[in-house]
Write a protein that binds this ligand. Structure first.
Ligand SMILES: Nc1nc2c(ncn2[C@@H]2O[C@H](COP(=O)(O)OP(=O)(O)O)[C@@H](O)[C@H]2O)c(=O)[nH]1
Ligand SMILES: [Mg+2]
Length: 222
C-alpha cells in the first residue's frame, strides 16, 4: 500500500469513528441532521434561506456552513433567527467530523431538533466524509448539465435525496430534468428527487414537508 493511501485511510477511519459518535448523539437526542452537498453556486445557501424562512417558529434548528475562505454564507443566513456558524476550512475541499465537533458548541442547544450542514461547494471530496448526518442531500441546478449524476456517481449513490434547483431556468439550456432524474435513479434506485426553484418558490412546499416529516420521525424514535 502506498504511503498516501495509508495516510488517507487512517484519516478516514478516524473521521468515521467520530462521525459514528456524533450520529449516536443525534439518535439519543432525536435530532435530525442533514448534510447538503453540491458544486459551488447550485443554491445550497439560498435553499437554506428559503427553508429557514418557512421553519421559523416551528422547528428548533441550527446551521453549520462550510466555506473555503469567506464568512458570507453565515452572514446571509444569520437573519432568520437560528444560530449559524461558519466553518472556514482554509482551502480544504470538504468538511470533516472533527470540524463539526469543534464548531457545534456555538450553535447547539439542549432542545435542538434539526441541524443542517452546508458542505464546501464540491461534488467529489465531501461525498467521502461522513459527518454523522442522517441524510446527505445532493443539489444539482438546471444549468449544470443533466449528465452530472453519471459523472459524479459517488455522491448520488450516497445521497438520500437529490434536489434539482433553479427549475425556473429550465428551457434556457438543454438540461432535461427527466433525464437528470433517470440518471440519478440509475446510480441510486432509492434516491428521492425534488424539483424546486428558490426564486419562484415552486416545489418548496414538498421539500419542507419532507423535512418536517423526517424531523418528526427522528424525534419520535428517540
Ligand atoms: N434563478 C435561480 N437562481 C437561484 C436559485 N437558487 C439559487 N440561485 C442563485 O444562484 C446563485 C448561487 O446560489 P447560492 O445559494 O449562493 O449557492 P451555493 O454556492 O450552492 O450556496 C445566487 O445568485 C442565487 O441567487 C433558483 O432556484 N433559481
Ligand atoms: Mg453557499
Amino acid at each position: 500500500m502506498s504511503l498516501k493511501v495509508e495516510v488517507e485511510q487512517k484519516v478516514l477511519s478516524a473521521n468515521d469513528r467520530l462521525a459514528a459518535a456524533l450520529r449516536e448523539r443525534w439518535q439519543e437526542r432525536g435530532v435530525f441532521c442533514l448534510n447538503l452537498i453540491s458544486s459551488p453556486g447550485s443554491g445550497k445557501t439560498t435553499l437554506l434561506e428559503r427553508t429557514m424562512e418557512r421553519l421559523a417558529g416551528r422547528v428548533r434548528a441550527a446551521v453549520l456552513v462550510g466555506d473555503l475562505q469567506t464568512e458570507n454564507d453565515a452572514r446571509r443566513l444569520s437573519q432568520y433567527g437560528f444560530p449559524v456558524r461558519q466553518i472556514v476550512t482554509g482551502g480544504t475541499c470538504h468538511l470533516e467530523a472533527r470540524m463539526i465537533e469543534q464548531h457545534l458548541p456555538a450553535v447547539d442547544r439542549p432542545d435542538l431538533e434539526l441541524l443542517i450542514i452546508e458542505n464546501v461547494g464540491n461534488l467529489v471530496c465531501p461525498s467521502s466524509y461522513d459527518l454523522g448526518e442522517d441524510a446527505k442531500v445532493v443539489l444539482l441546478s438546471t444549468v449544470e448539465g443533466d449528465d452530472k449524476p453519471l459523472k459524479y456517481p459517488g455522491i448520488f449513490r450516497r445521497a438520500r435525496a437529490a434536489v434539482f434547483t433553479k427549475v425556473d431556468l429550465l428551457g434556457l439550456t438543454d438540461f432535461d430534468i427527466e433525464r437528470a432524474e433517470e440518471h440519478a435513479r440509475t446510480i441510486n434506485p432509492e434516491i428521492l428527487t425534488f424539483r424546486l426553484s428558490n426564486r419562484t418558490g415552486e416545489g418548496l412546499d414538498r421539500w419542507v414537508a419532507w423535512l418536517e416529516g423526517e424531523i418528526a420521525r427522528k424525534r419520535a424514535a428517540r
